[in-house]
Ligand binder design. Structure first.
Ligand SMILES: CC(C)(COP(=O)(O)OP(=O)(O)OC[C@H]1O[C@@H](n2cnc3c(N)ncnc32)[C@H](O)[C@@H]1OP(=O)(O)O)[C@@H](O)C(=O)NCCC(=O)NCCS
Length: 171
């Protein structure tokens, strides 16, 4: 599997909620280190997509999707905080297993940071990551994020409490 056949683009109105439902379901089955811990229904996924498109239209977030034909294989987004936290932008990223380890994560992360800086004009770009997720931490460090906080025993993952690390993009 080469990554140069993939299409990286923003979400659009005609995107299928079914594609994002299959995407999140594969990540849930794999029990990756993400917030979601149960599969969504198609109704929930439609609402997720609708919400995302609305926030994109209003410059509340920027997002990139990656497609292998009709299959959604990765999502990376950057969301503005609300109200007095509006100048802080939170990054998220997830890639399906078959598409990892080929440079896609780094490419997406660098692209979303560039987009976020242009469109959201953040003071702080940050993210949170499970303390056990060393692969993601390596990527984040490589791109310039540094740990600034630990929320101890914050996330319940596979029945066990895990620390949540917060990382800030160095200026
Ligand atoms: C974390 C994730 C986005 C990384 O994406 P990726 O496409 O696999 O990463 P890349 O191939 O671009 O690699 C970039 C860097 O990440 C780190 N990395 C990637 N795979 C790694 C591995 N197996 N072991 C250790 N570090 C690794 C390295 O620092 C690598 O840089 P290098 O190639 O110069 O060593 C991807 O593994 C993923 O989606 N995982 C599941 C969901 C998840 O954990 N999301 C993050 C939630 S906070």
């Amino acid at each position: 599997m080469k990554t140069n056949n993939l299409v990286i683009r923003p979400f659009k109105k005609s995107d299928s909620a079914n594609a994002s439902l299959i995407f999140i379901s594969e990540l849930i089955d794999e029990e990756v280190y993400i917030l979601y811990d149960r599969k969504m229904t198609l109704k929930e996924e439609k609402a997720w997509l609708k919400d995302k498109l609305r926030e994109l239209r209003h410059n509340q977030q920027v997002a990139l999707s990656v497609w292998d034909g009709q299959k959604l294989v990765a999502v990376c987004d950057a969301k503005k905080g609300k109200m007095k936290e509006r100048d802080n932008t939170l990054i998220g990223i997830a890639i399906l297993k078959a598409y990892r380890g080929k440079g896609l994560g780094e490419k997406l992360l660098r692209a979303i940071i560039k987009l976020a800086k242009e469109k959201l004009k953040p003071k702080n770009i940050y993210l949170s990551v499970f303390a056990d997720n060393k692969v993601a931490q390596n990527l984040y460090k490589k791109v310039g994020f540094r740990q600034f906080a630990i929320f101890p025993k914050w996330m319940k993952h596979k029945g066990k409490y895990v620390d949540s690390l917060y990382m800030l993009l160095a200026k």
